[in-house]
Design a protein around this ligand. Structure first.
Ligand SMILES: *Cc1c(COP(=O)(O)O)cnc(C)c1O
Length: 355
C-alpha cells in the first residue's frame, strides 16, 4: 500500500491466475492450456514475420489486425465488420465491460463462473448480481428473465465445464432483447455449439472467443468478439481509447496461420476430448463425482477427501491442479486435460494419495 495509490487501486481485488511453476517438468493441469503444440504453420508464420534480422519489428503492427479479422470472418462466415480482435479474450471482455455493460441496471452472471468477471466489474464500476447455478451446477436460462444491464456467461461454463445447447442460448437472447448478452466461448471447440451464427439475428449478442485454448496459442494473446457491427464499433472505440496496437506482429501472423489450418486444431481437440472421456472414466472408480464436461478440463469432487488437501498432496508430487477457495465449490478440483501420459500420472498419484 502507498499514499500514491489511487482510490480505485485501494478498492481492487485482482484476479489470481493459476500458478506457473518454475520446475523443469511439472505436470501442469491447472490453467487449461492445450497439451499439444499449435499448428506448425503458426510457428512458421512467426519465423516468416520475423525474417532474418527482425527488421519488421521496427514498425508498428496493423492497429486493426485487418488480415487476421478477415481470415477469422471467413472461417465463421461473417463479415469483417462483425469481428473484433484483442490481446487475449480477457482484454476483449474487459473492453466489453466498458463498452457495453455499464448501464443503470446491474448486469447478471452465474454465481459460479469465470472469476475474472467480478474483477472487471470492480475495475470498471459495473454493478452486478449473481444468479445461482442449480444443484447440478447447470445454468437455467429461465433465471435470466429479469431486466438487467446485460447478461454474461461462458458456454461451456467455467470452472464447471457444463454446456448449454444453442436452443437455450436463443431462449436467453429472446428473453433479453433490450440488454447485451455476452457468451464467452473460450472452450466451445471442445464440445459445445457456437452462437456465432446467431449474430445476424440478434443485434444484442456478442460472442467472445480465444486462440488460447483450442488453438494452443495462450502465449500469443489473441482473442475475438463477434457481433452486430454496432457492438464491434463500441469495442473498437474503447480499444482506440486504450491501446491502438493491442496485437503485435507475431501474434497476428501466428493466429492468422492457425485459422488456415483447421485440420490441426480439430485433431488436437479430438485428442483432448478422448482424454477427457478416459480421465472421467478413471476418476469415477476412485470415488470422484465428475461434472459432465464439454471443455478441456473436468470439475471433480471426492466425497471423503478435502479438495485443498488433495491439491496440496498432488503438488508435492509436482502435479498442479486448480482449487478455488470459493463458496459452493471449495470441495472441487478443476483438472485440465493433459497428454495421455500426464493424465496417467495424475490418476496414479491420486490412487496413491487415496490409498
Ligand atoms: C481462459 C479463459 C478466458 C481468457 O482467455 P485469453 O484469451 O487467454 O485471455 C476467457 N474466458 C474464460 C471462461 C476462460 O476460461
Amino acid at each position: 500500500m502507498s499514499r500514491f495509490w489511487s482510490e480505485i487501486v485501494h478498492g481492487l481485488t485482482p484476479y489470481v491466475p493459476g500458478e506457473q511453476p518454475a520446475l523443469a517438468h511439472p505436470v501442469k493441469l491447472n490453467t487449461n492450456e492445450n497439451p499439444y503444440p499449435p499448428s506448425p504453420r503458426a510457428v512458421e508464420a512467426i519465423r516468416r514475420e520475423l525474417g532474418e534480422d527482425g527488421a519488421s519489428l521496427r514498425k508498428y503492427p496493423d492497429p486493426t489486425a485487418r488480415a487476421l479479422r478477415e481470415a477469422v470472418a471467413k472461417h465463421h462466415g461473417v463479415r469483417v465488420d462483425q469481428v473484433f480482435a484483442g490481446n487475449g479474450s480477457d482484454e476483449v471482455l474487459a473492453h466489453a465491460f466498458a463498452a457495453l455493460l455499464k448501464h443503470d441496471r446491474p448486469i447478471r452472471f452465474p454465481d459460479i463462473t469465470y472469476s475474472f468477471y467480478p474483477v472487471y466489474a470492480q475495475l470498471y464500476g459495473v454493478e452486478y448480481e449473481t444468479v445461482a447455478l442449480n444443484s447440478d451446477f447447470a445454468i437455467d436460462v429461465d433465471d435470466y428473465r429479469a431486466p438487467s444491464g446485460g447478461v454474461l456467461l461462458p458456454n461451456p461454463n467455467a470452472p464447471t465445464g457444463r454446456a448449454l445447447p444453442l436452443s437455450e442460448i436463443e431462449v436467453l437472447l429472446k428473453a433479453n432483447p433490450d440488454a447485451p448478452v455476452i457468451v464467452d466461448e473460450a472452450y466451445v471447440d471442445f464440445g459445445a455449439e457456437s452462437a456465432v451464427n446467431l449474430i445476424d439475428a440478434y443485434p444484442n449478442l456478442l460472442v467472445v472467443q480465444t486462440t488460447s485454448k483450442a488453438r494452443s496459442l495462450a502465449g500469443m494473446r489473441v482473442g475475438f468478439a463477434f457481433g452486430d457491427a454496432a457492438l464491434i464499433e463500441a469495442l473498437t472505440r474503447v480499444k482506440d481509447s486504450f491501446n491502438s496496437y493491442p496485437l503485435d506482429r507475431l501474434a497476428q501472423a501466428a493466429a492468422l496461420a492457425s485459422y488456415e489450418d483447421d485440420a490441426w486444431f480439430e485433431q488436437s481437440c479430438a485428442k483432448v476430448v478422448a482424454s477427457r472421456e478416459k480421465l472421467t472414466a478413471q476418476l469415477q472408480p476412485l470415488g470422484f463425482d465428475v461434472v459432465p464436461s464439454a471443455a478441456n478440463f473436468v470439475f471433480a469432487k471426492h466425497p471423503a477427501h478435502d479438495a485443498a488437501t488433495l491439491a496440496a498432496a498432488l503438488k508435492a508430487k509436482e502435479i498442479f491442479v486448480r482449487h478455488f477457495k470459493l463458496p459452493r465449490i471449495d470441495q472441487h478440483l478443476r483438472i485440465s486435460i493433459g497428454t495421455p501420459d500426464e493424465c496417467d500420472a495424475l490418476v496414479t498419484a491420486l490412487s496413491e494419495i487415496l490409498a
